[in-house]
Design a binder for this molecule. Structure first.
Ligand code: TTP
Ligand code: MG
Length: 357
């Protein structure tokens, strides 16, 4: 199809847990999670689908997971094994195209528009990738094939686990029309609720709502939503490049009224940041830490310091100082780290956290 891109999004199924089960047949068929121990206030990194049936999910406190599912087998995990499996997957991806953009250890976009294998059939390439991953690693991955990153990512989730879903350019318009907005990457629970109160449930509703009103309600994210509802997503698949920083941020439903309220949010943010750091495909040296504060008048400020790291006390002191720059309630907090880029460290760009409120 001239003019149309062919994007594949691959995502391993319950990745860490799948590797553990592969290596210990006793675990098969039982509810299994990888995560920190409940005694140490750990959280679940992931769990298999047996455990998900009990309501266990990533980022849940391990203690809560065990109370939902007392027979849950909780394992500490082994990053070295996951990184090795990730490298094997990436090698397979690179057999089809140079345009491979890893998003995390178990996820990547591939642009196979100009691939030669299987006469350029993206569907057959995706099937072969899934099969080869299974043969070499004994874990399953799901894949989505579509004309854009936006749709490929949704498609890989459609028939998960161990599934393939294809959205052809001809099907794209209809698919988007019926697509629930909560399926859009970046639309979390809070945004979805706000959209619903505006009468917007599907992408067709988004389109009807119109660019201007979306912009007024959601700022630049509204514009983005409108474009997606029109099927416009020109983002290219970008192969590895130097990663300079990693950060997480959150916009709060209610403004945080004082410094204590802000400081209270730090452990949660730090946990998210450390999770994202753990998912990076390789190790980085952290050079400094930074905080970002957006006040309720939208004035924002960032503060960073050499020698700081991803430690709670570093963020506490940075945040206290940043908050002294203005005396207003706070609508957004972010924390992050900058990496030492003197060596040629390669990684894909950050996936922005598009939490709006
Ligand atoms: P995901 O691809 O988000 O999850 P998954 O592969 O476990 O499950 P799914 O079948 O839904 O794709 O994340 C990949 C790995 O990253 C996951 O196995 C463990 C790790 N991870 C965390 O450590 N914490 C988290 O909060 C999430 C979401 C993932
Ligand atoms: Mg996965």
């Amino acid at each position: 199809m001239p003019g149309h891109r062919k994007i594949i999004h691959c995502d391993a199924d319950c990745f860490y847990a799948a590797i553990e089960i592969r290596d210990n047949p006793y675990l098969r068929g039982r509810p299994v999670a990888v995560g920190g121990s409940s005694e140490r206030r750990g959280v679940i990194s992931t769990c298999n689908y047996e455990a998900r049936r009990y309501g266990v999910h990533s980022a849940m406190a391990s203690a809560q997971a065990l109370s939902l599912c007392p027979e849950l087998i909780l394992l500490p995990g082994n990053m070295e094994k996951y990184k090795l499996a990730s490298a094997v997957m990436r090698n397979i991806f690179c057999d089809y195209t140079e345009l491979v953009e890893p998003l995390s250890l178990d996820e990547a976009y591939l642009d196979v528009t100009h691939a030669n294998a299987h006469n350029g059939s993206a569907t057959r390439i995706a099937e072969e990738i899934r099969q080869r991953v299974f043969e070499q690693l004994h874990i399953t991955i799901s894949a989505g094939v579509a004309p854009s990153k936006f749709l490929a990512k949704i498609a890989s989730d459609w028939n998960k686990p161990d599934g393939l879903f294809v959205i052809t350019p001809q099907q794209a318009e209809r698919f988007i029309h019926e697509l629930p907005v909560r399926k859009i990457h970046g639309v979390g629970r809070v945004t979805a609720e706000k959209l619903h109160t505006l009468g917007i449930t599907t992408c067709a509703d988004l389109k009807r709502f119109g660019l201007e009103r979306l912009n007024r309600q959601f700022g630049s994210f509204g514009e983005r939503l409108y474009q997606l509802s029109m099927g416009i997503d020109q983002r290219q698949v970008k192969p590895d490049r130097v990663r300079k920083s990693l950060s997480v941020e959150h916009t709060y439903a209610k403004d945080l009224i004082d410094a204590d309220a802000c400081l209270e949010q730090l452990p949660d943010l730090l946990q998210q940041l450390q999770h994202r750091l753990g998912k990076l495909a390789q190790d980085y040296d952290i050079k400094k830490a930074f905080v970002k504060v957006k006040f309720n008048d939208f004035h924002s400020t960032t503060l960073e310091r050499d020698g700081t790291r991803d430690r709670l006390e570093d963020y506490r002191s940075l945040l206290r100082e940043a908050l002294q720059r203005d005396n207003k309630p706070v609508r957004l907090l972010g924390i992050g780290v900058r990496f030492d880029c003197s060596e040629n460290t390669l990684e894909s760009p950050a996936i922005p956290q598009l939490d709006l409120f």
